[in-house]
Design a protein around this ligand. Structure first.
Ligand SMILES: Nc1ncnc2c1ncn2[C@@H]1O[C@H](COP(=O)(O)OP(=O)(O)OP(=O)(O)O)[C@@H](O)[C@H]1O
Ligand SMILES: [Mg+2]
Length: 221
């Protein structure tokens, strides 16, 4: 099996911290895995996810994603656009666009037909139970609804790898179960998935769990 993620020796230091936010993190993830990253607040989980998505400059280490090792910011942006679905800890929806337009946004440049973009955005919104809210602006949605729109945005390009930072953090149990069910279905269909979570239920639903403590990563199971 080929690797979805090969990360070796990742080090990230931020000024004012007495230890690195990432302290020589190594992680190999096989394609088709569904991996949970757990750990205390401030331990480096989001930083690890950003590193795997090429969104931060590392002090040391290398990341290969789906066999690609981008060398420039533009090359990283290209890999993200084509192959990765990103869910940030905050939703980062654009306030002047509707839910549907937000979901369509990352498809621009990947899917050229506006009709297909809209169809795919509507299908992604339906898959997270947001079909009735496609025309609503983010300000008119609850936190959990915005989080589901952000997840739909990550799914719309049919990514090979989903990197999700607390995708159920704002959701009640029923919606959390629905989102995890959806991610499991995608995983069964071949999508590799990384989920950062504080929720033991969500971690248990994953095929493997690693934990980050003070920037160091260790296997849990
Ligand atoms: N841009 C930054 N500048 C300075 N310090 C930062 C920056 N980003 C993160 N940190 C620090 O790095 C450490 C790891 O942060 P990170 O966001 O990865 O934690 P986390 O495990 O995702 O926490 P949480 O569960 O609260 O989201 C924290 O101590 C944080 O304060
Ligand atoms: Mg975080």
């Amino acid at each position: 099996m080929s690797l979805a993620i090969h990360a070796s020796g990742l080090v990230k230091r931020f000024a004012g911290m007495d230890h690195p936010a990432l302290d020589h993190v190594d992680l190999d993830m096989t394609e088709g895995e569904m991996l949970a990253i757990t750990g205390p607040s401030g331990s480096g989980k989001s930083t690890a996810l950003y590193a795997m998505a090429g969104l931060i400059t590392l002090d040391a280490g290398q990341v290969t994603l789906l066999g690609e090792a981008p060398k420039t910011r533009a090359a990283w942006a290209d890999v993200r656009a084509r192959r990765i679905g990103l869910v940030f800890q905050e939703d980062w929806l654009l306030p002047t666009l509707t839910a549907c337009q937000n979901v369509e946004l990352p498809m621009i440049g990947v899917e050229t037909s506006p009709t297909k973009r809209k169809e795919r955005a509507e299908a992604a919104l339906a898959s997270v139970g947001m079909a009735g809210h496609a025309g609503r602006a983010p300000a008119g949605l609850s936190g959990g609804e915005r989080q589901r729109v952000a997840l739909a945005r990550a799914l719309a390009n049919r990514p090979d790898l989903i990197l999700a930072d607390e995708p159920t953090g704002e959701l009640d149990r029923a919606n959390s179960d629905r989102v995890i069910g959806l991610l499991k279905d995608l995983n069964r269909a071949g999508t590799s998935i990384v989920i950062v979570t504080h929720d033991p239920h969500v971690a248990e639903a994953c095929s493997r769990e690693v934990r980050i403590t003070d920037g160091r990563l260790e296997a849990v199971r």
